[in-house]
Design a protein around this ligand. Structure first.
Ligand SMILES: [Zn+2]
Length: 378
């Protein structure tokens, strides 16, 4: 696997420089990259940590907390960057523990100066060559800031993992994005990129869940997410890892994610040693691809008693929840029993107990036979 990576780029032997972080072989460098000017004076910055190995090798970018209420990625980066890592590393790890410092400050998903849009949809779209995907003249400052960061990523990254959180109590997993090609003759290289990315998922070792296939993927702007743009715009292996619930840090999941990232470093030839086991997390490996579905929906408004839990396997026809009115009486069809129409793995249970009709109750991973290497419609 490492050989297919080494073919992409002849790795720089000199130290990396990103913003004010200037890498030193065998050491850590700390600094920041300017993001945007604040109207009250001063500058918003992205924190940068470079773990620079002594030997040449790939550069893995690790990014976290683009949704400001997601903390597990920050902790995972802190735990990964042990004092001995740079001495042992071939290549470099570039960590950006906060892609949305404003949201982190206020404990919110979006930045308070850019509330109208998911920040994870502001990265450049693929296939706008020549000249790339130009920024619109009226681009918001956060998009301009992400473009500056993306340019650094494009110049240095060989691999990327973007760390996120899902619903409270959810099982951890990684999202596998589709790979697009513009012209039929580019299909083999798209297939190759998909294969290398898939191998990186396997090295990470969590449950692998396919993202929505095209055109839903594009409609939702997922090609402009951090990992979507790294994969399809930069053409490097990249994915999103979901590390349990937001607004909290599950240390079992963080420990597993830290091992999983070290296993990716081993797969990429950046660290020595055998893969570490992932302890304490459920992993769904059914031998076929799975995709995410929000299912089943609440058949009536009321109080939901969940029977299913994150990490469980369920069979089609199985009762996964019971609907009750506020007095505790069954409501809706089938005496209030809610059944799943699909067999699969429960990624997470919708938060809360009070639901309106047609609110989704579970996030499930079910069998997927959709094509993941696709022609780009743009
Ligand atoms: Zn997120």
């Amino acid at each position: 696997m490492a050989s297919s990576l080494t073919a992409r780029r002849s790795y720089a032997t000199s130290a990396l420089k990103i913003g004010t972080a200037h890498g030193k072989p065998g050491a850590y460098a700390y600094g920041a990259l300017d993001a945007l000017a604040l109207p009250t004076g001063g500058t918003e910055t992205f924190p940068i940590v470079i773990a620079q190995g002594r030997q040449p090798g790939p550069t893995l970018w690790l990014t976290a907390s683009i949704h400001g209420d997601e903390y597990a990625g920050i902790r995972t980066i802190h735990d990964l960057l042990t004092p001995d890592l740079p001495e042992r590393l071939r290549g470099a790890v570039v960590a950006v523990p906060a892609l949305n410092p404003a949201g982190l400050r206020t404990g919110e998903r979006t930045a308070y100066y850019h509330r109208k849009q998911d920040p994870n949809r502001l990265f450049p779209a693929p296939f706008r060559r020549p000249g790339g995907d130009p920024l619109p003249e009226n681009a918001p400052p956060l998009e301009i800031a992400y473009r500056r960061l993306f340019d650094q990523m494009g110049a240095t990254a060989d691999l990327l993992i973007d760390l996120h959180n899902y619903v409270i109590g959810s099982a951890p997993f990684t999202f596998r994005d589709p790979v697009y090609y513009l012209d039929e003759r580019d299909r083999p290289s798209a297939q190759k990129l998909f294969g290398t990315t898939d191998a990186m998922h396997r090295a990470f070792g969590f449950t692998v869940v396919n993202e929505f296939a095209s055109p839903e993927y594009l409609k939702r702007g997922l090609h402009r997410s951090v990992s979507g743009a790294a994969l399809n715009t930069l053409g490097i292996p990249a994915f999103t890892a979901e590390l349990g619930g937001y607004l909290t840090v599950d240390t079992t999941i963080v420990n597993a994610a830290t091992s999983a990232i070290r296993n990716v470093l081993r797969w990429a030839g950046m660290l020595d040693g055998a893969p570490e086991p992932l302890v304490g997390i459920p992993v769904h490996a059914p031998g076929h691809a799975v995709r995410r579905i929000q299912h089943p929906l609440a058949p009536a408004a009321g109080i939901v008693h969940f029977l299913a839990r994150a990490g469980m396997q369920v069979q089609a026809g199985e009762v996964v929840a019971r609907m009750r009115d506020l007095h505790g009486r069954p409501i809706g069809p089938d005496e209030g029993q809610v059944r799943t129409a699909h067999s699969g793995f429960v990624l997470g249970v919708s938060q809360g107990a009070v639901f309106f009709q047609n609110d989704p109750l579970l996030s499930m991973a079910i069998r997927d036979s959709g094509e993941m290497v696709l022609r780009y419609p743009g």
